[in-house]
Write a new protein. Structure first.
Ligand SMILES: Cc1ncc(C[n+]2csc(CCOP(=O)(O)OP(=O)(O)O)c2C)c(N)n1
Ligand SMILES: Cc1ncc(C[n+]2csc(CCOP(=O)(O)OP(=O)(O)O)c2C)c(N)n1
Ligand SMILES: [Mg+2]
Ligand SMILES: [Mg+2]
Lengths: 332, 324, 332, 324
C-alpha cells in the first residue's frame, strides 16, 4: 500500500485499466481464472487481455468455443468449487445467449441451496453504442438483470472506475455482472493503482453542485460532466453522480443529493422503460419527492438502435440533451 | 443410515439396500403427494434406481455430481439422509436446502452434490466447470452429470460436451434414456435411437449400457471415471432404462404403448439384483425381505420426523441471497 | 357476430378460455400454427391445448423437442414467410433459454430489415407463483422484455382477458409475448366468446372508484379486486385497473384515473426494480404527480422465490397487503 | 447488373462473373473502410466466393436463405444490387435495409434473403422455420442457411439440426469451414476436423466438399436441394475454404500458420475457375480480364452512387419498429 505522499497514479486508458486489473487479480490469487472467446492468443476482441495468456498460461486464461450458455454455466461450476472465474462476454448482446445461466442459475444458486455455497464469479460484458456496430451489437444491457436478486450489476464509467470495480468485483463473494462501454476503451485518466478498492454498491459523486443532480452510467457519465460544464457557464451548478452499481442501487447517495439540489436528471444509454432510471425515480417518488420537483430522464428512444451513423448519433443522449433537461428541471 | 458404497468397490449388498431405499422413498413421496403433505410437483424415478446406485457407487468421496429435478434417487445413492430429503420436499427448515429448494433442487455440498437443476440441460455446464476446476486445481476429482434423453436436444448438452472434449475435462456425462421426455416418446423429438452416437460429434467415447443392470452401470461408470481421472477426457454413457410413474405428479402416463410398462417391470433392477444375490448365495430372499421391511421402517420414521419438523421462520425469508 | 339480445356468454375456466381462443384462431386462419413441448398428444403440460391435435392434425399442432431457442427462432422464420405461429413456453422461466431469439431476433427483425417484413408471432408463456413449483418455475417474467422495443407484452388477468388477448395477439401483425398465470387455470367467469376483440395496448378498468387507483396484472388483479371489496367496507372506493399490456404501457388510462383519484397503488407479482410498476410510477412522476400524492408499490421482495410454502405465501402480495397500501396512500 | 444464375443450371460464365463481383466488392469495402467511408465493422469473404456462388446458384427463385454478418458475397450472389449493398454499409436511405441494418444485416425479401444474423447461430432456426413454413404451405420451397465452423459449437446449431431432422424439413445447412472462428483455429474450439461428422447425431447426410471448387459446391448443393424438395429432409454440407482477410476490420490475422495463406491463395476459387474456363475454351483469359475490368467499373460506379446517396431523415428514426 502506498502512503499518501507516494501516490502511484498513472495515466492509463480504460482498456489498460481493465487489463491491469485482470492481471493484478490473476497475480494476487491463484483461484482466479479468466475465460471467454478469443481472450487468449488474440488478447480479446477489444484487446483488453493482451499479454495475459503469455503471463498466466492456458490454465488461467482459457479460450472458449462460441458457447455462451455453456461457458457461463461452466464458470458457475468453477465458482462453487473453489475458483474465482472471470468470464468475458465479447458483446453485451450475447448475454441473452447465456440467458438461462444468467437468469435461472447464477443469481438463484446460493438461495436454492439454502446458503450452502457462495458464487464468486464475475461476468464482464462489453456494451454500448456510438461505434456503429448495428442493432445486434450496441446494447448496454445494464438493466436487463435488475429483476434477478442475487446478481450484482456494476457499470464502468471511467478508467478509474473500470479498474477499481473490476478488482472489487473479483474479490466479491457474490456474482457480479460488470458492464464496460466499448466507446470508451481509448479514454485516459490518472488512476491510482493502489487506491483502496471501491465499496460494492456505492455510487460516486464526481462533481458537486447545489442546483441539480444528474445521475449517469457508462458513457453518459462523461456526457453528464460535459453538460455540467455547459451549465456552469450559465450559472447552474450540477452535481454529477456516477451510479456505478445498478444492483444494488445506491438510493441513499442519490436521496441525499436531491435533498440538497431538489432536482433530478437521469442520463441513461438505454430505453427508459424497465431501466434503473425508472426504478430510481419510482423509489424516490414512493418516498416523496421534494415539493415541485419533477424528475426527468434523458434516455434512448423507444426503438432498436439503427446502424446508420446519423440515426445512431441522434438516438444516444448527448451532453446537449442532458444539459437541456437540467435547465428544464431547474426552471420548473 | 444409507451407507454410500466404497468408491470403486462393487458392493452388491449395499447396492441392493440403496435401491430399496430409493424405491421406498419414491413410493412414499407418491403417497405423501396424494395426501397433500408434499406439494408443488415431483418427478419420481422408480424403475431407474440402478443408474444412480451403480454410477454413484463408482464415485470417489471427493468427486462431484450434478443432478436434475428427477434426482431424489441420486441424492439418496450419494448418502443423503432421507429425513433431510423428505423435509426438503415438505419445505421444512430441517430440509437439505432449508426448504428453499424443494423437490427439484436437492443439493448437498458436503457430499459433492453441487446442484440439482430444474431447467433441462442446465446441470451439464456446471458439472463441466466443476471438472475443470478440479483439473486446474490438480485435485484429481471427477464430475458426473446426470440428465435425460430429452435433455440431449437442448443447446447446453451440445455446448457442454464440445467444451469438455476440447478441454479434456474429467467429466462423465450420464444420460438416463427412459424413452420419454415428459409425454413425448424419444423418437418424436430425437432422430436417433441411441443417444450414445452423439458422442462422435465430440470425439469422445459413447457407450450404451443396460441401465437396469446395476453391475453393468457400475462397471462402465467406473471405467469412464478412471479414464477421466487419468486425464483422458470425458465419456458419454447412455443408460437405457424406464420410469414406472408418470413424468410428474399429474401424469397418468397414457402415452405409453400397451404392454410397455409391464415389459420393463419384468426387467426391474431391484428384482434382478435380488435374484442374482439369492442365486449366488450372497443374500437369501428372506434376508432381502427382512431388509426391505427394515428400510420401509426407516423411511416411515424419516417421514414422521420430517413431518414434525418446523417450517422456516418468516424472519429468515431474505437469507442466503448474498454471501454473509 | 351476435346481436346484443343474444349474448353468447358462457362460464368457462381460464384454461378453457385459452384452449377455446387457440381453437377459434386455428379454425379461422389456416396460416395459424401452434408449436411447443408436449402440446400435441399430451394436450399441454397444463392441458391448455387438449383436443387441438385431434381437430387440427400434426401439421398445425406441432410437438417440439426441448429446444427453446431453436423453436422460438423457427417460429420467427415461419412468421416472416407467411404463417402466424403461436408458440407455447411451458414455464416463463424457460424464456431465458430462448434468450437470443426473444431479445435480439424477434423484436429487432422488422426494424433491421428496414421494414421489409412483419412478424405476426405469439409466444404464450405460463408463469406465476403460488403453486409451490420452486425457485426456477415461478416467475411471471412480465417485465423482462420492457427494454426490447418491437416486442409487445400482454398479461392475462382473467378468463375473459385470456380469451380476448390471445385472439387479439394472434391477429396482431407484431410479435406478442402473452403471459398466463398458472395459479389461475381453474378460475371461472362468464365470457362472451363473440365480443369484439380487446384493443392492443389498452388497459381495462374493472371497477370504478374515486379514492385510489390500483393497477395490477395477472393474479394481482383478483387480489386487487378483493382488496377493493375490503376497502369498500371501510368507505374507501378503489378503482381497479387490469393493466393487460406491459408493452405498450397504457399510460393514458392510468393518468386519467389518477387525475380523478389522486392516489396510485401498484400490485405486482414481481420484484419492483426493473418492473412495469416502476416504469409507470417514473413516467407519471415525470409528468408531475398530483400534489401530496405519494404512489406506492406492493411487490415481491428482493430475493428469489422460495419453494417452502409459507415463504412463498409470504412473498406474493396478498389482498391484505394491497388494501393496506391503499389505506396508507389515502391517509397520506 | 449481376444476374443470378438460373436455378439448377450450371452456368460457369455467370459463376465467374458473380465471383468477380464479390471479390471486387469486398476489396472495395476494405478500401472504403480505410478511408472512413464505411464505419463500424465489416467481415469480408475474399477467398470464399465459390461457396455462395456455387450454392446459391443451385437455388430456385422462390427459395429462402439466411446468411450471417459475413454475408456480402451471399447477397451479391443472390442478385442484390451492389449499389444498394454499398449504400447499406454506409448507412444511407437507399441501402438494402434503408441503412438501419448495416454490413451485418443484409436482407432482401424480394429475393428470399430473409435475414442476415450478427449473432452466431441465430440464422439456423430461422431458416428451419422458413423451410417448415414452406412445407406446411405445400409450396415446395427450400431454405438454405449459411454459417461458419465456429457456429457449429453453439446450441442453436444443435437444436436446429435436430428439429430439422425430426420434422424432415426442406432445409440445407451450409457450413463454410474456413478453419477459424474469429482468431481461434478450429481445433482449439472443436474436437473434430470435419464438421460433417456432426450430421450423424441427427441422422442426416453429412457431406464434405471442396469449398474452393464452385462446380463441386454447386453439384452437392443441387443434390441436397433436390433431396429436400423431394421431402427427404435436411443435409449438412461442409465446404472447406479459407478467408484471405482478417476476421473483421481490425484483425491483421497474426494467428495464421506461416505459409497457410499463400497455400490457400494458390487454390483461389476465381483463378481455378478462370483457368478451367480458359482451358475448356469457354472464356479466354483476355475475355476474363476484360470482364474483370467491366466489373471493377461497375463496382466503382456503384460506390460513387452510394456515396452520393442521402442519409436517412431524422424524422424517420422511429419507423419500422411496429407494423404499419
Ligand atoms: C429448458 C426447459 N424446457 C422444458 C422444461 C420442462 N421439462 C421438464 S422435464 C422435461 C422432460 C425432460 O426429459 P428427459 O431429459 O428425458 O428427462 P426425464 O424427465 O425423462 O428424466 C421437460 C420438457 C424444462 N424444465 N426446462
Ligand atoms: C453468440 C455470439 N457469440 C460470439 C459472437 C462474436 N463472433 C462473431 S463472428 C465469430 C466467429 C464465428 O466463426 P465462424 O462461425 O467460423 O464464422 P466465420 O466468421 O469464420 O465466417 C464470433 C465469435 C457472436 N457474434 N455471437
Ligand atoms: Mg427421459
Ligand atoms: Mg470460420
Amino acid at each position: 500500500m502506498s502512503t499518501p505522499t507516494e501516490v502511484a497514479a498513472t495515466e492509463i486508458t480504460y482498456r489498460d485499466a481493465i487489463r491491469t486489473a485482470l492481471a493484478a487479480e490473476l497475480r494476487a490469487d491463484p483461484a482466479v481464472v479468466f475465460l471467454g472467446e478469443d481472450i487468449g492468443g488474440a488478447g480479446g476482441s477489444f484487446k483488453t487481455s493482451e499479454g495475459l495468456l503469455e503471463e498466466f498460461g492456458p490454465d488461467r486464461v482459457i479460450d472458449t468455443p462460441i458457447s455462451e450458455n455453456g461457458f457461463v454455466g461452466a464458470a458457475l461450476g468453477m465458482a462453487v468449487t473453489g475458483m474465482r472465474p472471470v468470464v468475458e462476454i465479447m458483446f453485451v448482446d450475447f448475454l441473452p445467449s447465456a440467458g438461462d445461466a444468467m437468469i435461472n442459475e447464477i443469481p438463484k444458486f446460493r438461495f436454492m441451496s439454502g446458503g450452502q455455497a457462495t458464487v464468486p464469479l464475475v461476468i464482464r460484458a462489453i456494451g454500448g453504442a456510438t461505434g456503429h456496430f448495428g442493432t445486434q451489437h450496441s446494447a448496454t444491457g445494464e438493466s436487463w438483470f435488475q429483476q434477478m436478486p442475487g446478481l450484482l450489476v456494476a457499470t464502468a464509467g471511467s478508467p478509474a472506475s473500470a479498474y477499481g470495480l473490476l478488482r472489487a468485483a473479483i474479490r466479491c463473494n457474490d456474482p457480479v455482472l460488470l458492464i464496460e462501454h466499448k466507446g470508451m476503451f481509448a479514454r485516459k485518466e490518472l488512476v491510482d493503482l493502489d487506491a483502496p478498492l471501491p465499496e460494492v454498491g456505492k455510487a460516486a459523486i464526481l462533481r458537486s453542485g447545489g442546483d441539480v443532480t444528474i445521475v449517469a452510467t457508462l458513457l453518459m457519465v462523461e456526457r453528464a460532466l460535459q453538460a455540467a460544464d455547459m451549465l456552469a457557464a450559465e450559472g447552474i451548478e450540477a452535481e454529477v453522480i456516477d451510479l456505478r452499481w445498478v444492483a444494488p442501487l445506491d438510493i441513499a447517495t442519490i436521496r441525499e443529493s436531491i435533498l440538497r439540489t431538489d432536482r433530478l436528471v437521469i442520463a441513461e444509454e438505454q430505453v427508459h422503460a424497465g431501466g434503473w432510471g425508472a426504478t430510481l425515480i419510482s423509489l424516490l417518488a414512493q418516498e416523496g419527492l421534494p415539493e415541485n420537483s419533477i424528475p426527468r430522464a434523458v434516455s434512448m428512444p423507444n426503438y432498436p438502435i439503427a446502424f446508420s451513423p446519423p440515426l445512431e448519433d441522434a438516438a444516444v443522449p448527448s451532453a446537449d440533451r442532458i444539459a437541456e433537461a437540467a435547465r428544464a428541471v431547474v426552471r420548473e | 443410515m444409507v451407507q454410500s458404497p466404497q468408491p470403486g468397490q462393487p458392493d452388491q449388498r449395499a447396492w441392493f439396500r440403496s435401491m430399496l431405499v430409493i424405491r421406498a422413498f419414491e413410493d412414499t413421496v407418491q403417497q405423501l403427494f396424494m395426501q397433500g403433505l408434499v406439494v408443488g410437483t415431483t418427478h419420481l424415478c422408480q424403475g431407474q434406481e440402478a443408474v444412480p446406485v451403480g454410477a454413484i457407487g463408482a464415485m470417489g468421496a471427493d468427486d462431484y455430481l450434478t443432478i436434475t429435478y428427477r434426482g431424489h434417487g441420486h441424492a439418496l445413492a450419494r448418502g443423503v439422509d432421507p429425513e433431510a430429503a423428505f423435509a426438503e420436499m415438505m419445505g421444512r427448515e430441517t430440509g437439505l436446502c432449508k426448504g428453499r429448494g424443494g423437490s427439484m433442487h436437492f443439493t448437498d455440498f458436503s457430499r459433492g452434490l453441487i446442484g440439482a437443476f430444474a431447467i433441462v440441460g442446465a446441470g451439464l455446464p456446471v458439472a463441466l466447470g466443476a471438472a475443470m476446476s478440479a483439473k486446474l486445481r490438480g485435485t484429481k476429482q471427477v464430475a458426473l452429470t446426470f440428465f435425460g434423453d430429452g435433455a440431449t436436444n437442448i443447446g447446453s448438452f451440445h455446448e457442454a460436451l464440445n467444451m469438455a472434449s476440447v478441454w479434456k475435462a474429467p467429466v462423465v456425462f450420464v444420460c438416463e434414456n427412459n424413452l420419454y421426455g415428459e409425454y413425448s416418446p424419444l423418437r418424436s423429438t430425437t432422430p436417433v435411437d441411441d443417444i450414445a452416437v452423439r458422442a462422435a460429434s465430440y470425439a469422445m467415447p459413447g457407450i450404451v449400457v443396460d441401465g437396469n443392470d446395476v453391475q453393468a452401470v457400475h462397471e462402465q461408470t467406473a471405467a469412464a471415471i478412471a479414464r477421466a481421472r487419468a486425464g483422458e477426457g470425458p465419456t458419454l454413457l447412455e443408460c437405457k432404462t424406464y420410469r414406472y410413474s408418470g413424468h410428474s405428479r399429474t401424469d397418468p402416463g397414457k402415452y405409453r404403448k400397451p404392454g410397455e410398462l409391464d415389459a420393463w417391470k419384468a426387467r426391474d433392477p431391484i428384482i434382478r439384483l435380488g435374484e442374482m444375490l439369492a442365486a449366488e448365495g450372497i443374500m437369501s430372499s428372506d434376508e432381502q425381505e427382512a431388509l426391505r421391511q427394515t428400510v420401509q421402517g426407516e423411511i416411515e420414521s424419516a417421514v414422521a420426523r420430517a413431518t414434525a419438523a418446523p417450517w422456516p421462520a418468516l424472519e429468515g425469508i431474505g437469507r442466503y441471497v448474498y454471501a454473509d
